[in-house]
Design a protein around this ligand. Structure first.
Ligand code: CTP
Ligand code: CA
Length: 226
């Protein structure tokens, strides 16, 4: 039966999935974040679990329930996520980075609520470490999948990102298309590998995208014999 065949595809594989948008605190009552719902990452974790993988989901805050059978590691900020991912890299066979990591965080996190003063105010931001790139630089045996949410991506931008982050696959969604992106239950993605476009998917539910993506991953991971 179909479920049985799918279950075997990732049996014995230890998978680390990240999801959600990180929160970068300004003061005790304010923060910076983004529109990520976490749905794509949770769908991947759910589908991977059904395909037999041992799944750890490192997740920023979302309103979503943890998929059954998945180990959940909650984190807040990009720095927390970096720590959670890097401390589990050795024990992972597959890393899928679908989280929307904040590119910048406030340079200082005030211990007290910032008081209203001048008519304008400036918050200095500093760049967060790139978690996917750090994984890419430190990978040994891991199969690594990155995500990119772009508006009007070019092939050059995509291939540069894939090579810079040293990932095996890059899942690109053009968030300016109807039916793709933040908060929706559907997505439209193109999957790239080092040779260019591998698969252009039609509009699908995020769970269907997850299943198709994981089949590509499973085929490549078992072909590599890892
Ligand atoms: N990513 C990450 N750590 C960061 C920023 C991004 O791990 N500090 C990961 C995301 O989880 C995603 C991939 O990198 O898997 C691509 O993220 P994206 O925002 O598209 O790329 P950036 O390198 O941040 O470039 P830009 O936002 O300028 O397009
Ligand atoms: Ca970014």
């Amino acid at each position: 039966e179909r479920m049985f065949a799918e279950r075997k595809l990732l049996a014995g594989k230890r998978m680390l999935v990240t999801a959600g948008g990180t929160i970068e605190r300004i003061d005790p009552v304010r923060y910076l974040t983004n529109d990520s719902s976490g749905k794509m990452g949770y769908a991947i974790a759910e589908a991977a679990g059904r395909m037999g993988a041992d799944v750890t989901l490192v997740t920023a805050k979302t309103g979503l329930a943890a998929p059954e059978g998945v180990r959940v590691i909650p984190v807040i900020s990009a720095r927390d996520m970096l720590e959670a991912v890097m401390s589990r890299l050795d024990e992972s066979d597959i890393v899928i980075k679908s989280a929307a990591v904040a590119d910048y965080r406030p340079a200082v996190q005030e211990a007290r609520k910032i008081k209203k003063k001048e008519d304008t105010m400036t918050i200095t931001l500093v760049k967060n470490e790139d978690i996917l790139q750090t994984v890419g630089e430190n990978r040994t045996h891991q199969f690594v999948v990155g995500f990119a949410a772009e508006t009007a991506p070019t092939e050059q931008m995509i291939m540069d990102k894939l090579m810079r982050k040293n990932c095996d696959l890059l899942v690109v969604n053009d968030v300016s298309l109807d039916g793709a992106g933040f908060g929706l239950d559907t997505n439209i993605v193109n999957v790239y590998d080092r040779n260019g476009l591998l698969e252009a998917m039609p509009i699908l539910s995020k769970l269907e995208v997850a299943e198709k993506l994981l089949k590509l991953v499973a085929a490549r991971v078992s072909a590599a014999g890892s």
